[in-house]
Design a protein around this ligand. Sequence first.
Ligand SMILES: Cc1cc2nc3c(=O)[nH]c(=O)nc-3n(C[C@H](O)[C@H](O)[C@H](O)COP(=O)(O)O)c2cc1C
Length: 321
Amino acid sequence: MSLTLISSPLQGFTDYRFRNAFNKHFGGIDYFYAPYIRLSGTQEIKASYKRDILPENNAALTVIPQVISKDADDLLLVAEFVQQMGYRELNWNLGCPYPMVSKKGMGAGLIKDKEKIVKILELVSAKSDIELSIKMRLGNESPEEGEQLLPLLDEFPIKHIIIHPRLGTQQYKGHVNLTAFERCLQLSKHPIIYNGDINSVATYRKLQGRFPDMQTWVLGRGIISDPFLPSMIKSNSLEYPTNANEIFSKFHDTLMHENSLALSGDKHLLLKMAAYWEYFALLFTNAHKCHKKIKKAQSLRAYETTVNEIIRGEQIVGMQD
Ligand SMILES: Cc1cc2nc3c(=O)[nH]c(=O)nc-3n(C[C@H](O)[C@H](O)[C@H](O)COP(=O)(O)O)c2cc1C
């Protein structure tokens, strides 16, 4: 059985610099969904979104753009924009849980508005030949929202539907609801793909045991907190490479170097790199202490010293279940 692993987008983290550095040093991901493009009132696509999906910035990767919107014209505009860049697929985000987004009826906040979703899909499929995929939550406030929506999506040519089985209102808290996810599998004729909390080989194995027919999985935070994970899942191994610390160090250097070329000033670079350690720290022994030390670093020099101490002094163990 062939296994496909997809990287789920994390705005602010899985930009093209991360994706390229990840791919160079770790691999194991078949394709990456890019963080969403959002049009804010204007019909213009911001330069930063464009940069992130420019083919020359993603030459070694397979990337698929994503859009967040509650408006067919916006979707069509982004579809045309990405098609001009050579993309054939666009992913529609119906999962973003942040109140600033969901209260405006976008992301997870749109799931309950199934008539609107159908209307948008009618317009988009009539006017564009872009291949659409969807990424969604179970619902925003209740799993019934998604359960009512899924059968209506059967009418449309959708490539697949990725489901993160939490509610929008849960944001990232609490458990994923595997029973509700199982119900979703019965409610759609489209391929349904699982996303949520795959942070270790052990968790992956448990999920694979529960959904043995599933051949495609989507990993989000897991590839940042353990960039070795996709390759380890693919090789069905619980063992890190003997030179894991060295590999991580080289990856970190690449990521930092690429960001230093793009960001102006030490402060921006420090903020950007330190943010990654909310996740990177989880790879090491004494994760909590490591993260605290990074947060204390007030200069780039202090940051680099701390990173070196962690990489030299701590063992790579990954997230323990
Ligand atoms: C900081 C952050 C930013 C995210 N940005 C996006 C995004 O742009 N598009 C999207 O579809 N999901 C986004 N997500 C959700 C993740 O892609 C993923 O669906 C979610 O974290 C569950 O999967 P995981 O447990 O494997 O991380 C984001 C999550 C986080 C924590």
